[in-house]
Design a protein around this ligand. Structure first.
Ligand code: APR
Length: 384
């Protein structure tokens, strides 16, 4: 069976679904091909913050109530250094631009529902997706049981997807970086902190974030070569109490464990012929600063505008700029995320005393220099 559409979107994660909704709102025809089933996509727990900049995208398209909803607005954040608390009011420092806490599963469910209600064509279980004729005038996609011709292809299929790999070797420059930092993350039925909490400590970095009214997600840095999955739970709780400087921290049943290795990746340019890479397909970033999902949403916005101009007005200028515009923000956020990660991990690392002092000075500056605090808050809110 062969179908035709204007934009074939590969992947129904935050990037693909946002692009699909923005195109639908603009009157540009698209089809989304997703290899997994609906429940897998809807239940995947990953990111949890829509920054102010990304939130405005949904506002501009009249989708804010539907997609962003009325989830809690970010207020203060706490950085506790060797048990000493300090607070930053990042939304106020950014000129009243709060981020919102929206778990990824909720965002994805809302995006799927909105797209389908608007008559969208979203095909789950599309196995064997293969991209053809990327640099010709009529690219197409084949998959088990179907073929889709399109004017443009959007590769929104994540880091391990097929889209980036379909671009001939040599056409992309790739940059990879291993930050040498590992986190053990634990989801527990334990009372959440009042504000997002980061603990800088000579015992290692730790953090605690709310995951609903009765649950917390904890993060514990582990040393290279360690396997924290073999830690007894009591050891994890002891370390959390030490690193968060809270001997009374209440433990609770652990309901999930995960290892996060901090890596970054960028592919340049983010397009080839009529294929455009969006979100994790083009770049991955460390979780520090919570920019991964926001980058994906911002890419989708830039591409939706470029495609709309191309399809409705015959103006491809936006598409030609797509890669450069998105890469500028990508590298800006990569630098921010690296800067942030380095600061909170090195500020506790006694094996490198000079670097530790520098990192502590960097951290202090956030609480003593309004200009430094504002620059930090500006990046937390998201930039154009
Ligand atoms: N064919 C079709 N679909 C595919 C294929 C394929 N060959 N390969 C992957 N997919 C689908 C995946 O099943 C997934 O649903 O593409 C989607 C990619 O979604 P994500 O990996 O979440 O990537 P993206 O949408 O770019 O989201 C990026 O969101 O989870 C946060 O912080 C995280 O940075 C990340 C951001």
């Amino acid at each position: 069976m062969r179908d035709e559409t204007t934009v074939a979107i590969i992947g129904a994660g935050p990037a693909g679904l946002t692009l699909a909704n923005l195109l639908q709102r603009s009157g540009v025809d698209c089809v989304v091909l997703e290899m997994r089933d609906r429940s897998y996509v809807e239940d995947r727990q990953r990111a949890g913050i829509i920054d102010h900049h990304a939130g405005r995208i949904f506002e501009e398209y009249g989708l804010a109530d539907r997609i962003v909803g009325d989830g809690p607005v970010e207020t203060l954040m706490e950085i506790r250094t060797e048990g000493v608390p300090r607070f930053l009011d990042t939304p106020a420092l950014a000129g009243g631009r709060p981020s919102r806490l929206v778990p990824q599963q909720m965002l994805v469910r809302r995006l799927i529902a909105a797209f389908l209600e608007g008559g969208g064509d979203l095909r789950f279980g599309a196995a064997g997706v293969t991209l053809h004729d990327l640099d010709g005038p009529q690219p197409r996609v084949t998959y088990d049981g179907g073929e889709l011709g399109a004017a443009y292809l959007a590769g929104c299929d994540g880091f391990h997807g097929v889209s980036r790999r379909s671009i001939p070797a040599g056409a992309l420059e790739t940059y990879s970086f291993d930050h040498g930092i590992g986190w053990y993350t634990v989801l527990a039925d334990a009372p959440p902190p009042r504000y997002p909490l980061m603990g800088v400590s000579r015992h290692g970095f730790a953090a605690q974030f709310a995951r609903g009214p009765h649950a917390s997600r904890f993060y514990l840095q582990y040393q290279p070569g360690e396997d924290p999955r073999s830690w007894p739970d009591e050891h994890a709780w002891e370390q959390l109490r030490l690193r968060l400087g809270d001997p009374r921290l209440v433990a609770g049943p652990i309901t999930g464990r995960e290892i996060v290795e901090m890596r970054s990746f960028v592919a340049e340019p983010m397009d080839f012929g009529r294929l455009f890479l969006v979100g994790d397909a083009a770049h991955i970033i460390t979780p520090m600063g919570a920019k991964g999902m926001n980058l994906a949403l911002s890419d989708a916005y830039v591409l939706a505008q470029g495609l709309t101009d191309a399809v409705l007005k015959g103006d491809e200028a936006g598409l030609r700029e797509y890669s450069a515009v998105c890469l500028r923000r990508t590298w800006d956020y990569q630098e921010f995320s690296r800067w942030y990660a380095e600061m909170v991990h090195q500020a506790g690392d006694e094996s490198e005393p000079f670097r530790r002092k520098l990192a502590l000075a960097r951290l202090d500056r956030l609480f003593t220099s309004p200009a430094a605090a504002t620059a930090f808050a500006d990046l937390m809110a998201g930039t154009d």
